[in-house]
Ligand binder design. Structure first.
Ligand SMILES: Nc1nc2c(ncn2[C@@H]2O[C@H](COP(=O)(O)OP(=O)(O)OP(=O)(O)O)[C@@H](O)[C@H]2O)c(=O)[nH]1
Ligand SMILES: [Mg+2]
Length: 299
């Protein structure tokens, strides 16, 4: 029995106003250059589908008002990010630097980060050495971000537009596919007196005996810690404790699985089961198994 969380990778497009973010998205989606976009107000979302994947692309407004309100929220939860820099914009280097490094700080450490030296078709533009120096781009070698690349781009000629997208989308896909799904061995829901309402084991035979033992050990030594500990390790398992209102959920997963994903998916299950309980729907093992199966990655 395994759970995979429903997720569509999100890519954020950052950069000061007029850097060329909206024009880039249009070029990427249509292969054409269009030069009369209005400044983006707030942000625009677009969907890019590739085989069975769906990428949600957030084109963020670059004006100060939007930078300081929307950016952090999107950037801090995306899988990939592009910072578009207009290489003819020589007078705003300090401001660009300030926001570039804010984005670097907000980004999840495993996200891919692409820097666009955009409008490369323009003659009067900064060369790469100048850009690297002025914006401190060499510092990315010390950044905790695992993956950073510079692209010289142009939405007029199409230079590096596809190449960058391929790099981003392929890296994100590879990373997602490599992520473990979460194996759920057992799931319990307890009421406020810690009495079980639901208690299911999703494995058979020797494994079932092993899990039963782990559950006994947990009950003997750790159940009383339920209000103070998020999770504990028992042998080859991790037991996660979740609370919502008057109810508790306990999730038994493999210690080799990614535990943040385990917690998130445990919560998804917990909410689903609680909402069924509220509607007074019966929940047996088969229904639990179907619920677990339904919490899959969906691209
Ligand atoms: N020469 C040239 N001009 C570009 C390029 N990309 C965008 N532009 C022009 O730059 C201007 C701003 O482009 P937008 O795409 O609207 O900029 P933006 O980053 O979305 O701006 P905001 O929505 O205000 O944040 C437009 O006049 C575009 O035609 C490029 O690669 N080369
Ligand atoms: Mg725009």
């Amino acid at each position: 029995m395994s759970i995979r969380k429903k997720i569509h990778p999100m890519i954020t497009i950052t950069g000061l106003e007029k850097a060329g973010k909206t024009t880039f998205i249009h070029r990427l989606k249509t292969g054409e250059f269009k030069d009369d976009f209005n400044p983006t107000v707030g942000y625009d979302l677009s969907i890019i589908k590739e085989e069975d994947y769906r990428f949600d692309v957030v084109d963020l407004g670059g004006q100060q008002a939007f930078r300081s309100t929307f950016w952090e929220n999107f950037v801090s939860s995306c899988q990939g990010c592009i910072f578009v820099f207009d290489r003819t914009d020589k007078d705003r280097m300090e401001l660009v630097k300030e926001w570039l490094w804010k984005v670097e700080e907000w980004l999840p450490k495993d996200a891919n980060f692409a820097f666009f030296a955009n409008k490369s078709d323009q003659e009067d533009s900064l060369n790469i050495e100048e850009i690297v120096k002025e914006l401190d781009l060499t510092k990315f070698s010390e950044s905790p971000l695992k993956s950073f690349r510079i692209f010289e781009t142009s939405s007029v000629t199409g230079q590096n537009i596809k190449e960058c997208w391929t790099w981003l989308s392929q890296s994100i896909r590879r990373r997602m596919e490599a992520k473990h799904s979460v194996k759920v061995y057992s799931f319990e829901i307890l009421d406020d007196r810690l009495e079980p309402i639901i208690d299911e084991i999703f494995v058979e035979n020797e494994k079932k005996t092993e899990i039963q033992e782990v559950k006994q050990v947990f009950q003997a030594h750790s159940l009383k810690m339920i209000d103070s500990l998020p999770s504990i390790n028992i042998d080859n398992y991790v037991v996660h404790m979740l609370k919502k209102g008057d109810y508790y959920a306990i999730l038994y997963v493999d210690k080799d699985d990614e535990q943040s994903l385990a917690r998130e998916t445990g919560l998804t299950l917990f909410f689903e089961v609680l909402s069924r309980m509220k509607r007074e729907l019966k929940i047996d093992k088969e229904i639990m198994e179907n619920l677990i199966d339904s919490v899959k990655w969906e691209f």
